[in-house]
Ligand binder design. Structure first.
Ligand code: COI
Length: 361
């Protein structure tokens, strides 16, 4: 595999400080983008080449570009945090780089070397460091590495040209309510992914597939949709863009990977954080019947969603065709908040990084 260098061509006109500061005061999620982006090309027979850090700008796309028709696309999400001393670090970028390679394999795309993925993120964060929000709040800089098939032509086959990009966006809370519990609609007919499909790859198609059920959830008055497995329509899989955790007192359970669940970096990190705090943390199958029954009999004390964008978000009301129930009286649970705090403290550099997860720039 070739490992290209990244040529720095910074903008002569970055956003003025006052405008950037105004954005950082209330960034929202995914609404504003930093001054630069990284691009790296891949061409069959030549491999990775032409790595560049350039001003953020639209990319020209021929109407017959492969990705527009056949959705050969993958992406990642990771964050850079400001630490108390003003320095900046990203969280577990190698985990995202490895998942990006797995996603690439599933979509018949070329694999970007892990070190190139990390170097591209470092180059962008290094250049646009002023966009990393101040230490002390909930905000961070969200990085969105992605790859698209850029061959022009309508033949259905793996493309012979690709473009890898990294863009960055200052991020506040993913849900406008912050840590306020979200409501969930359990979809028992629509599925997100099937065995043998692409559910464990981070590709735009999975998110497109989730939008109708998400709209149905909204019509039921819920914030998010929860998917069950595609075969038995019984086993809890994940939300549209987040994994789930179930708290049984001192035991914390996340649905076991099934091939159609995305292996979240936050999900994986929480297994370790929970064990560090003395909880038993396990991956097990959990049915929607069990979810409802154990909440009603009081053994299932809290449920929360997790992901890079959403961090840890408590689940409040849950609705399905056969009923409705409420986790932890509709308030964020104690264990949920404890795990959230422990993870954020590591990410923001105020707790010991005993697993070596932080990648300082
Ligand atoms: C993330 O948490 O990074 C995600 O990719 C979820 C969503 C914003 C697509």
């Amino acid at each position: 595999m070739t490992t290209p260098t990244i040529e720095l061509k910074p903008s002569a006109h970055p956003l003025v400080d006052a405008e950037r500061e105004a954005i950082l005061a209330d960034p929202g999620f995914g609404r504003h983008f930093t001054d630069h982006m990284v691009t790296i090309k891949w061409t069959e027979g030549r491999g990775w080449h032409d790595g560049q850090l350039v001003p953020y700008a639209p990319i020209p796309i021929d109407p017959a570009t492969h990705v527009l028709h056949y959705a050969q696309e993958i992406f990642e999400g990771l964050k850079a945090y400001r630490r108390p001393d003003g320095s900046v670090a990203t969280f577990r970028p190698e985990k995202n780089a490895e998942r990006f390679q797995r996603s690439a394999r599933r979509l018949a795309m070329p694999e970007l070397p892990v070190e190139t993925f990390i170097a591209a993120c470092d180059a962008l964060v290094g250049q646009d460091k002023a966009w990393v929000p101040a230490h002390g709040g909930e905000e961070s800089l969200y990085l969105r590495p992605f790859m698209i098939a850029t061959e022009v032509g309508l033949g259905v086959k793996p493309a012979n040209e690709y473009l890898f990009l990294v863009i960055a966006s200052p991020a506040g809370a993913y849900f406008p309510g912050g840590v306020k519990p979200v409501s969930i609609w359990v979809s028992e007919d629509r599925v997100r992914a099937v065995p043998g499909g692409m559910g464990d790859a981070k590709t735009g198609g999975n998110y497109a597939a989730s939008l109708l059920a998400q709209a149905e959830a909204a019509a039921k008055g819920c914030d998010q949709v929860c998917y069950l497995d595609a075969v038995d329509h019984t086993w809890v899989e994940e939300l549209g863009g987040m994994n789930l955790y179930f708290v049984y007192g001192n035991k914390i359970v996340t649905p076991a990977l099934s091939g159609s669940i995305l292996e979240g970096v936050t999900r994986d990190s929480l297994l370790s954080v929970a064990r560090d705090l003395g909880y038993e943390a396990v991956e097990e199958r959990i049915s929607v019947e069990q979810w409802q029954r154990d909440t009603e009999n009081g053994t299932l004390t809290e449920v929360f969603a997790c992901g890079t964008a959403a961090v840890i978000t408590p689940v409040g009301t849950v609705k399905r065709a056969g009923g409705e129930w409420h986790q932890s009286g509709g308030e964020p649970g104690e264990v949920t908040l404890r795990l959230r705090r422990a993870l954020l403290d590591i990410q923001r550099g105020t707790a010991e990084d005993k697993h070596g997860w932080m990648h300082p720039l």
